[in-house]
Design a protein around this ligand. Structure first.
Ligand SMILES: Cc1cc2nc3c(=O)[nH]c(=O)nc-3n(C[C@H](O)[C@H](O)[C@H](O)COP(=O)(O)O)c2cc1C
Length: 201
């Protein structure tokens, strides 16, 4: 089993989403029937991926044999993210809520992995995602509580974009109310760990 863990907190130490995503990975590792588990960790907070700017768009839309060395190098950075996602059987995402959305670092990753004719394509029947057959776990950490409310833009957004790319089997794990005091924080983290045990039982 190939597991890809994507962290998107800006925090290196003390990130709940990174720690809980690690708990999911540990639980998956422990439950692997054959014990054959490879884990790749990409930390988008500590090693940010470059943004999608005009130069990047020009590089992407230039035929590969005509790219300058700088353009080829830029496309290769996106290629690497796509390759490690294609190789993954299971993807574990750690996602804090930042200002009612996903961290910009995660959006940059999504911009890199969404490539026409590679990770999705348009057919006569409409769009088709090409990253199929993967199990996705997403740990959501929040200071407040937004689950099942219109203010939770993260869940519909992530479900929409990942499904568009073919990743339809998504399990969300919530740690909410982390800023509502020490007791609420501990309860939230305990609840998240229970959710992890329940979904991976
Ligand atoms: C810049 C910033 C913006 C945030 N915006 C929100 C928000 O809109 N809603 C919310 O519930 N919590 C918000 N929070 C709280 C974080 O979601 C919470 O602290 C979470 O645990 C951060 O994830 P981490 O522990 O993995 O770093 C924000 C935190 C930061 C640092």
């Amino acid at each position: 089993m190939n597991i890809l863990q994507i962290n998107s907190s800006a925090r290196a130490d003390g990130s709940h989403s990174t720690r809980l995503a690690g708990t999911v990975v540990d639980r998956l590792r422990a439950s692997a029937a054959d014990g054959q588990v490879a884990v790749t960790v990409r930390d988008l907070g500590q090693t940010p991926h470059p943004e999608l700017n005009e130069a990047t768009l020009q590089a992407l839309f230039t035929p590969s044999e005509q790219r300058t060395p700088a353009q080829a190098a830029r496309v290769a950075l996106d290629d690497a993210l796509i390759a490690e996602l294609q190789a993954a059987d299971v993807v574990v995402l750690g996602v804090p809520m930042y200002n009612f959305g996903v961290p910009a670092a995660l959006k940059t990753w999504i911009d890199a992995i969404s490539r026409a004719k590679v990770t999705f394509q348009y057919t006569a029947n409409g769009p088709e995602g090409l990253l199929k057959g993967k199990k996705i776990y997403i740990v959501l950490t929040r200071g407040g509580q937004y689950r099942n409310t219109p203010s939770d833009t993260q869940v519909p957004y992530l479900r929409t974009v990942l499904s568009f790319l073919g990743m339809t089997d998504i399990q969300f794990i919530y740690a909410e109310g982390l800023a509502l005091g020490a007791d609420a924080e501990q309860q939230s983290l305990a609840s998240a760990r229970q959710q992890i045990e329940a979904v991976l039982a």
